[in-house]
Design a protein. Structure first.
Length: 273
């Protein structure tokens, strides 16, 4: 029961942080996708890694291939917001909901994102990040064909409620969760796991058409982020005129692969139900 109350409070806080609804005339603005970019800023991420990651998102929204993917949607515009997260109750909207219909708005979003330096904080609560992001989607004021939470991080859920409960609650609301597991460094800390891609596959992502793009090398950051955003805004792997080589190393389910332990970072918690 307590975990449900915590999740509800996270949604209410997120709805407040989202700001006033965006409307056209008497109704909400229609978009192809409402996208929450939820980015891990826990202490396991080095300052250099965070800077490279942030620049990857900035460059993605400056990229003509992303602009083309947005134009090719049925509506031809998207709504996006950028969130940094760490432990329970530690989520921050860096760039609020922004309507993007062309290169000018996309570049403006990138400029605002680049003006705010990344921060760092303790713990890794993917569950709280999902709950907060679901609240942002609920209060966005946009009428979206698809609602997507894009989670990136370098470790498993180690605080808050069960990550699978948060995922299932969001998916139950019709939200799709995609992932960008960061696997650049060898596991070295108590919360690090070797097969983070399998953990994201089995425990984090969910919903119709959900996918992830694992990053195993530093120089893959920018291409992986661009690939993921193109697929999210276009609703497919690549769009017409987009180089298929940009699709990157998408991880697909293979029969017989071992299943990840979704409790690997989580201590037993009596509040889970």
């Amino acid at each position: 029961m307590r975990s449900r109350i915590v999740a509800l409070l996270a949604c209410l806080l997120a709805a407040t942080a989202a700001g006033p609804p965006v409307r056209a005339g008497d109704g909400p603005v229609e978009v192809d996708v409402a996208l929450v970019l939820a980015v891990d800023v826990s202490l396991s991420m080095t300052g250099d890694e965070q800077a490279v990651q942030r620049e990857g998102y900035v460059e993605a929204f400056r990229n003509p291939a992303v602009h083309q993917a947005i134009r090719q949607g049925m509506v031809g515009r998207i709504a996006v917001t950028y969130v940094e997260w760490a432990g329970v109750g530690n989520q921050r909207v860096v760039v609020p909901w922004t309507l993007i219909a062309g290169p000018e708005e996309a570049t403006g979003f990138a400029e605002r994102l680049g003006q705010s330096p990344p921060r760092r904080s303790t713990w890794t609560s993917i569950a709280s990040a999902i709950d907060f992001s679901a609240g942002l989607l609920a209060g966005s004021g946009f009428e979206a064909t698809r609602r997507v939470i894009d989670v990136s991080g370098d470790g498993p859920n180690n605080q808050g409620r069960s990550v699978t409960k948060a995922r299932d609650d969001a998916v139950g609301q019709g939200i799709v969760i995609n992932g960008l597991p960061l696997m650049i460094r060898e596991p070295s800390g108590p919360w690090d796991i070797k097969d983070l891609d399998l953990y994201y596959r089995d425990c984090v992502i969910g919903g119709s058409g959900s996918f992830m793009v694992p990053v195993r090398e530093r120089d893959q950051f920018a291409a992986a982020i661009r690939t993921k955003i193109i697929r999210e805004v276009a609703g497919r792997e690549v769009g017409p005129g987009i180089d298929p080589s940009q699709a990157g190393p998408l991880l697909r389910r293979v029969q017989g692969e071992p299943r990840a332990n979704c409790l690997i970072g989580e201590r037993p918690n009596p509040d889970w139900d």
